[in-house]
Ligand binder design. Structure first.
Ligand code: ADP
Ligand code: ADP
Length: 226
């Protein structure tokens, strides 16, 4: 269960520029929210503020009834998935997926059970002994998603997770992400500039421009009435 609310959230940089201005949004449990809009419109900054990777200049971020502006990223229950995978190059696939549980000192047998369960969902069981350098882009992204799943987050925050993949793989992973969202039954907040991804994956699309939300509605409402 998760409810995420952004109330008049703004991000202003030292140079006086607003990356995001008075952003308002209620994100309900299990929604698949997609931020779209031109490059530089504030999508990543908004996602990073929810994750806690970027300070909020003004406004309030609430997660499950708790004001989270000053809560450490690790305490927010969010899992980020990045475009560039962000895997540990010296660890195996197993080590990468297991990492979050290792630092939580989860018993080895339980880690083993969960790593295999996650690897099965993502169909990467045969890759567990490999290092990231020996994986394709699509495989790396599965591992990154696996590392995120094992944390059992309140929500997944995904920043252009498919944009480094070639067109064919991107289509395939898009279909898999839709299935994964159903299977995990969880909230996903997702940034893309790919209209097809937004139309096919989102339960709600948030259209941004110049740091401001222009529209927030279901895909059909956005793309049928421009
Ligand atoms: P998007 O993800 O939509 O491409 P971003 O959230 O990355 O957009 O950026 C929003 C705006 O914030 C851009 O105009 C960008 O130039 C600006 N910005 C990002 N980081 C900084 C920074 N460190 N200092 C000043 N401006 C920044
Ligand atoms: P490394 O330190 O070589 O990168 P990992 O971090 O991947 O190794 O693995 C850490 C622990 O997980 C090791 O103790 C290892 O026995 C166990 N392990 C690694 N791969 C597997 C696997 N495929 N199945 C079960 N256990 C594994």
């Amino acid at each position: 269960m998760s409810e995420i609310t952004l109330k008049n959230v703004s991000k202003k940089y030292e140079n006086g520029n607003f990356a995001v201005r008075e952003f308002n949004l209620d994100i309900h449990d299990k929604e698949f929210i997609i931020f779209v809009g031109p490059s530089g419109c504030g999508k990543s900054t908004t996602l990073r503020m929810i994750a806690g990777l970027e300070d909020i200049t003004d406004g309030e971020l609430w997660i499950d009834g708790q004001l989270c502006n000053y809560i450490e990223p690790q305490q927010r229950g969010m899992s980020m998935v990045f475009q560039n995978y962000a895997l540990y190059p010296n660890m195996t696939v197993y080590g990468n997926i297991a990492f979050a549980l290792k630092i939580r000192k989860v018993p080895k047998a339980e880690i083993d059970r969960q790593v295999h369960e996650v690897a099965k969902i993502l169909e990467i069981e045969h890759l567990l002994d490999r290092r990231p350098s020996a994986l394709s882009g699509g495989q790396k992204q599965r591992v990154a998603i696996g590392s995120a799943i094992i944390r059992q987050p309140k929500a997944f925050l995904m920043d252009e997770p498919l944009s480094n993949l070639d067109a064919k793989l991107r289509t395939q992973m898009r279909v898999e992400l839709a299935k994964l969202h159903k299977k995990l039954n969880t909230t996903i907040i997702y940034v893309t500039h790919d209209q097809t991804e937004a139309m096919t994956l989102a339960s709600k699309i948030v259209v941004m421009k110049g740091g401001v939300v222009q529209q927030a509605a279901a895909p059909a409402a956005i793309y049928n009435h421009p």
